[in-house]
Design a protein around this ligand. Structure first.
Ligand code: G3P
Ligand code: MG
Length: 226
């Protein structure tokens, strides 16, 4: 199955990383929703891509310098609030798995706590999650605490030894940038038993090219184009 992963929900159609974006992605029949998490000053994991507030909200400054109450007053687009990770997961409610992208190592303990709580107390499955990050140390820390969690190793480049670090991390998937993907990379990942999910694939000819390369899925801002 070729996985259609909604990038920050369906950010081509709705304000990224908001509940509106997640509902839009679900309407567009995605197979997974990707969202980005970071830590705010009062300790909650909040869903926002950037370290700072300016690009996606009417606020200013670093997310980590604001408490949740202040963040909730901001407009994240079309009157949407910045959602917490807990709100987002409850909203998606296991209709599809959620790919939680850890934006930094600081958010790891908060996300581990949330995943453990949902799995141990509310009957969620570890397969309801894919945890990814460009911070491979954060992934290692996560995997140490929850060994059976699926992790996706994000790459902005293609390393000389291809997917070796993903194998080392006992990952489920390797998630490279479309700019550098090639056949050798895809074949190496397959040989190592890893799924390959490519970001961010928005155009028909690129979607076709990814399918021909034999990748397992794509992150897209426009899930309706697939
Ligand atoms: O996980 C795929 C993609 O979201 C990684 O990059 O910057 O959009 O979070 P970014
Ligand atoms: Mg992301």
């Amino acid at each position: 199955m070729f996985m259609k992963i909604g990038h920050r929900g369906a950010m081509g159609h709705a304000p990224e990383n908001t509940l509106l974006s997640f509902s839009t992605a679900l309407k567009m029949k995605v197979d997974m929703i990707e969202l980005d998490v970071t830590l705010c000053q009062s300790g909650e994991a909040v869903v926002i891509h950037d370290d700072r507030l300016e690009r996606t909200t009417d606020g200013n400054g670093y997310v980590k310098d604001h408490n949740l109450e202040d963040l909730k007053r901001l407009n994240a687009g079309k009157g949407e609030q910045i959602p917490t990770l807990v709100e987002s997961l409850n909203f998606i409610n296991r209709k599809v798995p959620t790919n939680i992208e850890l934006k930094n190592g600081a958010v790891v303990p908060a996300v581990i706590k949330i995943v453990n709580q949902l799995v141990k107390e509310q009957g969620w499955s570890l397969d309801d999650f894919l945890i990814s990050s460009f911070d491979h140390h954060a992934l290692k820390a996560f995997k140490t605490h929850i060994p059976d969690i699926r992790i996706g190793v994000l790459l902005g480049i293609i390393p000389l030894d291809y997917a070796a670090m993903a194998k080392h991390l006992n990952a489920y998937a390797i998630n490279p940038c479309i700019d550098f993907i090639n056949q050798a990379f895809v074949e190496d990942a397959k040989m190592k038993g890893l799924k390959t999910f490519v970001w961010t694939v928005n155009y028909a000819e690129d979607i076709k090219r990814m399918q021909l390369l034999g990748v397992d899925g794509i992150f897209t801002n426009y899930p309706d184009r697939l």
